[in-house]
Ligand binder design. Sequence first.
Ligand SMILES: Cc1cc2nc3c(=O)[nH]c(=O)nc-3n(C[C@H](O)[C@H](O)[C@H](O)COP(=O)(O)O)c2cc1C
Length: 228
Amino acid sequence: MTLQEAIELRHSVRAYKEQPLTEDVVKVLKERIADLNQEGNLHVQLMLNEPKAFLGPFAKYGKFRGVSNYLVMAGQKADDLAERVGYYGEHLVLLAQTLGLNTCWVGLSYTKIPGTYKLNEGEKIACYIALGYGETQGVTHKIKTIEQVSNVSDSTPSWFRKGVEAALLAPTAVNQQKFSFEYLGMKDGQHQVLAHKGFSMIGYTQMDLGIAKYHFEIGAGKDNFKWA
Ligand SMILES: Cc1cc2nc3c(=O)[nH]c(=O)nc-3n(C[C@H](O)[C@H](O)[C@H](O)COP(=O)(O)O)c2cc1C
């Protein structure tokens, strides 16, 4: 499965089978987490066979069931922590999809269980990502149009449209899709794209933007442009 296919197949899944992750899957996830922690200066941790975080009242509110594997998305407090968590976390979400797993980003519906994760001095938890073998593959949601979230036109490159299409399939908190992409033209021999985060009372727009930017890169082809 390619990452583009993973983008098209992924939906949030909140009910999971009682089936432990295979050793192979755990190995691939752990290796990728180590690489991404380095690249993104994060402290992402994989929790296995730990059901307590998703048993509390919050989990009931989000209708989570059978979650016993998840990612703790942590890092040093910083202005751009949420965007990096979104960007690198979505690498793991799409990797998980290619490995036959299902996922759900979780900003609110979890309980932090002391003794399960480790936080170093100055670090905080930004969110969790539930993962495992879903009872279903999830469902498609209504999404905004390309025109609503970009300045796509007859004169923008075809890869720009593909990038926006991929971004529109990205998960966002309460499906808010408060991001937009602006094609700026050429500068220093390179196409420039500016990603904007919109305003939301709910928050999470910075994390959503990081997630959407990774999708955009996959759809557009990372080598075709530079982020402005
Ligand atoms: C940053 C973030 C936080 C989220 N928090 C929650 C949550 O607390 N509870 C929940 O049930 N879903 C949560 N979601 C999942 C979204 O509701 C879901 O991605 C959105 O409705 C779009 O559906 P889809 O992922 O199936 O495309 C979150 C998603 C993101 C990106």
